[in-house]
Design a protein around this ligand. Sequence first.
Ligand code: ADP
Length: 447
Amino acid sequence: MFNKVLIANRGEIALRIHRACQEIGIQTVAVHSTADRDAKHVLIADESVCIGPPPPAQSYLNVPAIMAAVEITGADAVHPGYGFLSENARFAEIVNSHDITFIGPTAEHIRLMGDKITAKQAVMDAGIPVVPGSKGEITSDSQAKQVAEEVGYPLLVKAASGGGGRGMKLAATADDLLEAISTARTEALAAFGDGSVYLERYLELPRHVEVQVLADSHGNVVHLGERDCSLQRRNQKILEEAPCPVLTEEERQEIGGIVAKAISKIGYLGVGTIEFLYENGEFFFIEMNTRLQVEHPVTEAITGIDLVREQIRVAAGEKLSFTQDDIKFRGHAIECRINAEHPRTFVPSPGKVREFHAPGGLGVRLDSAVYAGYSIPPFYDSLIGKLIVHGANREEALMRLKRSLDEMVIAGIETTLPLFRDLVGDPDVISGDYHIHWLQHWLEEKK
Ligand code: ADP
């Protein structure tokens, strides 16, 4: 096992990783920008190193500074968290080339899954169902038209390097196709430095359902069920739950089995998420995330498995301590992403937190790096906390969510707490009857 892990991240996820390390008995090193001197992840870690000024490019994405911090602290592993360098294959290579363990999959797997075109091909070859569309990149107008004819409209033009809900353009009819492709190409080139795009059937009212996997280096792979992340705004997840309210036990075992088999075939290591759109009883792969997800706690709640601990254990070469049959799904869990944003306009609201009161009680978990008196810097993602509730069933989880949201206080800044207080009373949310566009419609209606 590792002696010291450097956590190349900030905010709630840095704390989450620190907690897992502490329970295993591993020392932690926090890295931080000058804007984060008083951040909780810095205060709580065993050691900390300042790696640069506030802009992420000069600090949390500054590979030479992070490697220098590894060197001076003598860390023997790096945990990248999510975002920042977590899906940067080059960073994983650099870490490994210094005989330090990158806590994640191999650089080859990050690269394979980081390009949506190669990812789609790889999982398709391994037996996972995908969204019908072009076989690979679109390189000519005539090829685009031919694919469109075969697949039908509406079509989605997607960037191979897209991420965070960006790099997608809808072509409703044949009239829009070529223009959508050219805009998507230009935008993708500007945003990701890679203009390759592909075509996919646009699913009208699907749910977003994703399967969590965990693999060790001894050939063992398990799936930990699914999460439903259909409540999204601009393709960004807002609320997640496990299990998916509309999936049958049969469907769950079937898709879980297909995914675990495919992941084993691919030879993947660590935690990973296979994301699907789910419509009319069918699953369609959209992408694989080769890292820990923001929403991993809902899976932890219903399985009782510490995903971060297991991720660290398998990275250290240990065997999974349980088999698929040992994994039992218990009850229902819901997570709300609390952002420092206005609850209706979603304008970021950094600043000083005057008051902070965390909800508590049975089945309530709060992962947050905020404390009273803390000033939220304006340079980073607006996620400031995750409220996760667990109940014996969905009804109890919702009841607990309502109660904890009422209890929670964050004063001094705007947060999305009032949005969740409204959502939790909505009949569609209560019945679980929603799809990926539901929230956008709901927000427009409430304007
Ligand atoms: P990103 O890497 O940007 O998160 P994804 O491929 O995971 O991109 O897609 C993000 C979201 O975009 C999905 O959760 C879904 O809401 C929407 N989306 C992606 N592909 C399709 C599709 N073929 N049809 C309809 N919606 C889609």
